[in-house]
Design a protein around this ligand. Sequence first.
Ligand code: KMT
Ligand code: NI
Length: 190
Amino acid sequence: MMESWYMSADVVDQTAENRLSPNQPVTPEQLKDLGIKSWSIPSEGYTYPAKAVPWNPDDIEDPALAALRKEEGYDYADIITCSEECLPDYHNKLKAFFQEHIHSDDEIRYILKGSGYFDVRDKEERWIRVQLSAGDLIVLPEGIYHRFTMDSNNFTHAMRLFKGEPVWTPINRPADDHESRKKYVDTFVS
Ligand code: KMT
Ligand code: NI
């Protein structure tokens, strides 16, 4: 199960839990209220390639994942492994992932192995840390301010899903005038 909590203000080590003390948990309902959707689909027992290409998403053997992809229209899928060996331009990518940004589409990630954190802003701009581990599938809605980091285990093997032709471009904050941001604010904040 995914666990989430409000973050402490002073982040020294981005890979640490950075909880408030005492811990202030965030419920799945609170995440839903920010437009975040999630599912749990056990990933053990299935093998996936370590790298993005070449890989035909129709080769997915897990019927639960195949069904969800069909239902949600996630017709594109590839694989990303966050490790120095597998991810080209590793250090710069990790830096970019942790820069606060939005996208012009939903960001959909299914953790196959390892773990990591997505941080998202709540309606009052406070950071919520969402802990993901193998089997967690999360959808961050278009226009939500967020960032990603690995945790102290330093390994994330994930599937990236998308509807249609993928666009991964991050739009760094400030992006308040971006159409996707305005749409997000209209739908979930105001
Ligand atoms: C992203 O866009 O932040 C990533 O792809 C991070 C690695 S996948 C969990
Ligand atoms: Ni992103």
